[in-house]
Design a protein around this ligand. Sequence first.
Ligand code: OAD
Length: 228
Amino acid sequence: MKKKLVVFTGAGISAESGLKTFRGDDGLWEGYRVEDVATPEAWKKDPALVLDFYNIRRKQCIAAQPNLAHHALVALEKHYDVQIITQNVDDLHERAGSREVLHLHGEILKAQSSLSPRFVYQLENAAINIGDVCELGTQLRPHIVWFGEAVPNLERAEAMTETADVFVVIGTSLKVYPAANLLQFTKSDCLVYLIDPNAASIQVSGKVHKIAKSATEGMQELVDLLTK
Ligand code: OAD
């Protein structure tokens, strides 16, 4: 039986596909205030601004292509039972061909009812506009988990993490909770790797093998380590 490899990704894995990360120089949150575009309060106050913010992100996501790091994770499926938990709302893991992808913070290519998160729709047009409604007749909103909202897939992610033989963290500052707590759920004998150019400044407890490289370069090194 193949060993279980669970991968936890953040915005950094899509950086080399041309999608901006959130924090740090030139990050998305340098240009926007979280409170203005990524909270239920922002949605109440100015839904058009919120829709615009995610309409731009969606266009950029559609134009982007998976990079070598996304593809390397697919190649590892030959050797491991790979499951991906991503904080990213893009679909680059799926487009690369990864078979199992769990999104913790939603998916940009989907819309949901602003009345009930149970009504979710694949978007046919790139944009959600004011006046686009769900089957309940209420305004559609992006299928994104905003700050202050519950993370519906968290328990599934924790259960996946508990069964990992190898756990790999790629391109996340581990600053957003509860997602950043996932590492605590690894087994005591789980091998843990972290790939990030800023690996040295990311605080993690326990034994973690840090690879201080970009996602594409770091994945080349990891594939060698895990398949030799
Ligand atoms: P951050 O922007 O907080 O962190 C991105 C990480 O990627 C940093 O640690 C960078 O050093 C690293 N990085 C930059 N370039 C890289 C590259 N080429 N290869 C690998 N790593 C690179 O993004 P996240 O940790 O994903 O949530 O942010 C977590 C959540 O905060 C997001 O899901 C989003 C955001 O607010 C919501 O919107 C709910």
